[in-house]
Design a protein around this ligand. Structure first.
Ligand SMILES: [Zn+2]
Length: 356
């Protein structure tokens, strides 16, 4: 009963925040041309080689705040752009529409899951194809997991708090990349004590005013945030999906009907899977390779990479170092984040050698 009351309060807050976001999304969509979705099976790109990591990000600089050339300097003749981008030069990707609010995040996460499944080994894909993805309305808990409901059907689940946290990470890191600000660090300073406080009702949502107003609706920033969000969520659910098709949950046999909402709520709130180190290492390995394979197939659209995994794990590492003995479900059910980053970097290095 106490839990129910707490959730209703959170839903009320979420509705308000989303109201603001919807307004912002409306304005942003009016400013932004929505590009067509990438083809399911894009043709191979001859000679295309998008380097990793993409630092600095290839979006053109914003016209405002740029120094103007002196008036008395001679004009340089226009240069003909090269037909093929040189090796190791970042390649700009089409602008993506902004992602705002729980409904858009949920739809995006489900689309990412389907894309990840479509690039699995056929045997693995058959075990998880069509698996339902549910979202727990808890905005304070940051968690994702592969679960089995009471009737033995497999499902995927994430909390609203997870989607909020990844949004905040993406929004701030996109801003910092493009404008040299320190909004991500400022976000962590505010949010870590809030997340670790068990009775906090706001969770990891990005506090209003975190992004400087002049950058808020810039299409390049919103598009870059969308890319980072996708990259982080792809690894998050790529890892959880691997627990199913690798047989760790024991219920993914390709016949999932989906759990009842009540069952999901019960599982999301109460069941913390026991830490199994070999299984977690395997899920990180397989999940990352699935993300990289799927990301590669997305070219010339934005290519997912190990950056999403490292971004998520660095965030958890900051939480872990600040938490002491605090209760953070995701940290209790997964190995040390620094250890996981080593696994991810090793698996990515091997993958990149195999996919020059
Ligand atoms: Zn896991």
């Amino acid at each position: 009963m106490k839990l129910r009351a707490r959730r209703l309060a959170r839903c009320h807050e979420l509705t308000y925040i989303e109201g603001v976001r919807c307004l912002l999304a409306f304005v942003a969509l009016a400013l932004t041309a929505c590009p067509p979705p990438p083809p399911a099976n894009p043709p191979p790109q001859q000679g295309y080689n998008q380097p990793y990591p993409q630092q600095p990000y290839p979006y053109p600089p914003q016209p405002q705040n740029q120094p103007q050339p002196p008036q008395n300097q001679p004009q340089l003749p226009p240069q003909t752009p090269p037909q093929n981008p040189p090796q190791n030069q970042p390649v700009a990707t089409p602008l993506l529409a902004p992602l705002f609010g729980a409904l858009m995040w949920q739809a995006e996460a489900r689309a990412i899951l389907a894309e990840l499944i479509s690039h699995l080994d056929p045997t693995f894909a058959a075990r998880v194809r069509g698996i339902p993805m549910a979202f727990d309305p808890d905005v304070t808990e940051i968690n994702a997991f592969a679960g089995c409901d009471d009737s033995g059907s497999a499902f995927m689940a994430g909390t609203e708090g997870l989607l909020e946290a990844v949004d905040a990470i993406a929004q701030t890191q996109a801003t910092d990349e493009l404008y040299g600000t320190q909004t991500y660090e400022a976000y962590l300073q505010v949010i870590i004590p809030r997340i670790l406080k068990a009775d906090d009702k706001l969770g990891p949502a990005l506090p209003l005013g975190s992004i400087p107003a002049q950058y808020m609706l810039v299409p390049q920033r919103l598009s870059r945030a969308h890319e980072i969000w996708d990259d982080v969520i792809a690894f998050t659910f790529g890892h959880e999906l691997a627990h199913h098709y690798l047989g760790h949950t024991g219920c993914a046999v390709g016949q999932s009907q989906g759990p009842s909402p009540a069952a999901i709520g019960r599982l999301a709130s109460q069941v913390i899977p026991l830490l199994n180190q070999p299984n977690e290492v395997a899920a990180d390995n397989y999940g990352l390779i699935d993300v990289l394979d799927t990301g590669r197939a997305r070219r010339p659209a934005f290519q997912w990479s190990e950056r999403g995994a490292l971004t998520l794990l660095q965030f958890f590492d900051r939480l872990e170092r600040a938490s002491g003995q605090a209760y953070v479900a995701f940290l209790l059910s997964h190995p040390n984040s620094v250890f996981r980053m080593t696994i991810v970097r090793g698996a990515a290095a091997v993958w990149h050698l195999q996919h020059p």
